[in-house]
Design a protein around this ligand. Structure first.
Ligand SMILES: Cc1cc2nc3c(=O)[nH]c(=O)nc-3n(C[C@H](O)[C@H](O)[C@H](O)COP(=O)(O)OP(=O)(O)OC[C@H]3O[C@@H](n4cnc5c(N)ncnc54)[C@H](O)[C@@H]3O)c2cc1C
Length: 407
């Protein structure tokens, strides 16, 4: 991309005074929805408005893990289809998204964790997802450098292996979707900020940007960590979202030693080896709400200690880079996907926490269907905002740590 005279998604288009749909946020969800609206629903007059550059948010900061080992019947089919879409989209976009189907191993460090995994495995298998329980010896066969002795603070009891999961190159997804969307006529406006959403008689009429006003009957709020603030300040809709800093880092490149993504809820740490040989690791979130894209010393210490405990061969390895992004967490750790409520033409796709990469393509596909038809597809119905008002939260909580003050 760098050194090119123009980006992959073409020359900067002029800001039109009217679009059939305006998508706020050039992240994964905004770009995916724009792509599917244009490619599948023939809605060509669409704008993606991005205040910085595409991929600025979580889209360009995530650790690119994809999997379908969620917990609830509402989430499992969505993530299953999401996982199956990566090779399809690679072909469709004619762009190498670098889907690396290496599989994910989640470690259990107690009998209780194993029991929870048994339940999770059964639910996933019921939905046809490729996943199985493994004992500690099989964990060692999958990850030879794993310490399965009694030495670590939290010894390994077994795990849940999900061969269908893996890694996809996140930048490639951003660039591939942007290129694909632009090819179908979508206007991508970087460096442009939506400053207001205007309504009349309960309908969306236009948005204001720092570059001018845009008339439109449809707006999608796909502003990631900023979506709740945007919805509250521009439309008075309060979303139950807390924003927390999530951090990640990579080591120096090493010889191949880790064939799968390995994660531990107890250590609150995951790791995988990138195609360049670096060990990418993350999971830690500062447990207080904030909007800081900065790393903390606390995190670096936590991550190094956790990694060195269950993968002791990594002790002494140097960290090369660390970075941070924001996670928009809901109380039930499931997203908010809604439309036409309370304003006709207003759509929301946010609250993705740290699951928003793996879900982006499939959600974009269904969100495009929703925006084109006005009818909510069955797949998205469980994620409506009213579930919070009706106290019907989903039990998607898949870790031992409570992230939000709402929990
Ligand atoms: C360190 C880290 C690791 C992660 N690891 C994983 C992982 O392994 N797997 C996984 O599935 N997920 C992971 N995630 C989560 C994932 O990255 C996010 O859930 C996902 O990026 C959310 O996508 P999005 O499109 O909703 O938002 P974003 O990608 O954040 O995009 C939102 C965009 O909206 C723009 N915007 C905001 N306000 C305005 C405005 N007023 N006008 C115009 N534009 C605006 C922002 O600039 C931003 O670019 C991780 C996140 C982080 C930070």
């Amino acid at each position: 991309m760098f050194g090119r005279k123009k980006p992959l998604w073409g020359e900067k288009p002029p800001l039109s005074s009217g679009y059939d749909a305006v998508i706020i946020g050039g992240g994964l969800h905004g770009l995916a929805t724009a792509y599917f609206l244009a490619a599948r629903h023939n809605m060509k007059n669409i704008a993606v408005i991005e205040k910085r550059y595409i991929g600025f948010g979580g889209a360009g900061r995530n650790t690119a893990i994809v999997r379908a080992n969620q917990r609830t019947q509402e989430n499992l089919p969505l993530y299953k289809e999401g996982l199956e879409l990566w090779p399809v989209l690679t072909k469709e976009l004619d762009f190498n998204l670098m889907f690396y189907n290496c599989g994910n191993l989640n470690l259990a460090h107690s009998e209780a964790a194993l029991k929870a995994m048994r339940l999770q495995t059964a639910s996933a298998q019921f939905h046809g997802i490729d996943i199985r329980l493994v004992d500690r010896k099989e964990c060692k066969e999958l990850i030879p450098c794993l310490d399965i002795s009694d030495r670590p603070r939290y010894p390994v009891y077994g795990g849940m292996f999900h061969p269908a999961g893996g890694i996809v190159r996140h930048d490639a997804v951003v660039w591939g979707l942007a290129k694909g969307a632009a090819k179908h006529g979508v206007h991508i406006h970087q460096g442009t900020q939506v400053t207001a959403i205007n309504t009349d008689k309960g309908r969306i009429t236009s948005v204001d940007t720092d570059k001018g006003k845009i008339n439109t009957p449809r707006v999608l709020n796909a502003a990631g960590a900023y979506s709740a603030a945007l919805s509250w300040h521009m439309l008075g809709i309060k979303l139950p979202i807390s924003v927390l800093t999530i951090q990640a880092m990579v080591t120096q490149p090493l010889k191949p030693l880790l064939d799968h993504v390995v994660s531990s809820g107890m250590y609150h740490c995951y790791a995988n080896q990138t195609l360049k040989g670096e060990i990418a690791t993350g999971a830690h979130m500062d447990p207080w709400p904030n909007y800081t894209n900065q790393n903390s010393a606390h995190y670096i210490k936590h991550q190094a200690e956790a990694l060195g405990e269950f993968l002791p061969c990594l002790r002494g390895v140097k960290f090369m880079r660390c970075w941070a992004g924001l996670a928009d967490m809901t109380p039930d750790m499931a997203p908010i996907i809604d439309g036409n409520d309370p304003f006709q033409g207003y759509y929301t796709d946010c609250g993705w926490g740290y699951f928003g990469f793996k879900s982006s393509i499939v959600t974009g596909k269904y969100m495009a269907e929703y925006m084109a038809s006005g009818q909510c597809p069955d797949m998205l119905k469980p994620f409506n905002m009213r579930r919070f008002e009706n106290h019907r939260l989903m039990g998607e909580t898949a870790a031992l740590v409570n992230y939000s003050p709402d929990n």
